[in-house]
Ligand binder design. Sequence first.
Ligand code: PLP
Length: 382
Amino acid sequence: MNVYLDNAATTPMDPEVVALMTRVMTENYGNPSSIHALGRKSRTLIEKSRKKVAKHLGVAPGEIFFTSGGTEADNMAISCAVRDLGVTHIITSPLEHHAVLHSAERMVEEHGVKLSIVQLLPDGHVDLGHLKTLLEENADRKTLVSLMHANNEVGNLLDVAQVGALCRENGAYFHTDTVQTIGHLEVTPKEWGVHFLAASAHKFHGPKGIGFIYVDENVQVKPILTGGSQERNMRGGTENLIGIVGMAKALDIAIEELDEIRTRLTDIRNHMMTRLQNEIEGVKFNGDYNGRTNYIVLNVAFPDNGDGDMMLFNLDIAGIAASGGSACSSGSNVGSHVLRAIGKNLNMNSVRFSFGKFTTKEDVDYAVDKLVELINGKAVQA
Ligand code: PLP
């Protein structure tokens, strides 16, 4: 049996999205910048997709710019804030994705920006009292606050509206990475008071290599890729038409099914937690697992049975796909910067299981059965 429990790394595509993309790929090969009928058809598809995405976020279509994914959107928000908005101070957290952390570090090296790292509370949530202090202490600087909506490794959810209010009170810009929440939770940038927001299609059963950035209409930023006049002069280059159409379709489906899938996956996640607690002595969960958390992630800390670093390998042999950290840090074997930041030194034994709309209770039961065998030292049979 093969069980996929790594949906926070990426999700399998929805067959309806694949069908639509295949059709568009076959029929709509016109360059969206060409003025003939085929080109105009492609242009229409792009603008219809932009309208759909904007509608789901409650924003204007002109505030959505398509990118190659979440990484580009995060990079763009941070670079543009420094280059175009006069930001000289960035506040972020140790929990952020490397697309944010490394971009912020680059701004320090290349532009002499001051970087402040906000403290965390014992449950791994951002200490909003400390955030307020950092904003007040740096009142003489133009600040960008970059904090993610949900953490990709442990699932902790930020009170985005409260951060937005703090930013507004202190005249700071606010960027949030919603890569792990868009399509799974309500995302409302206008209500939150967000200036920049990053999203990626492959986390909600859409294609890889496509995402978008929301940029508040009151914020004027310059092009990130110069070239043609695509994306209203903000990002040159022939558009990824198939990706854009696929992303909009995937988001339509995700929003339509959101309530139903949230209920089902919350139930599956609780079932997994309960079984693990009942059947594996000493098992723990990382992050605010019973509180403000994203229902698609369960980060489990297993007791040390002497072969902790073999855990993912053994799961893989049993046909179970899961992650040790984020997909990008998994390969580099340096341990998770997120678990380190929230004070866990059990890196080797922590496994992130993450769920998507194709996850079933049977998948989770199979995984728990194998985990029980593994932890109890029995041979695992695939
Ligand atoms: N931000 C978060 C929180 C993520 O989980 C990821 C993907 O793992 C990214 C950004 C990067 O997105 P993309 O893979 O679309 O570049």
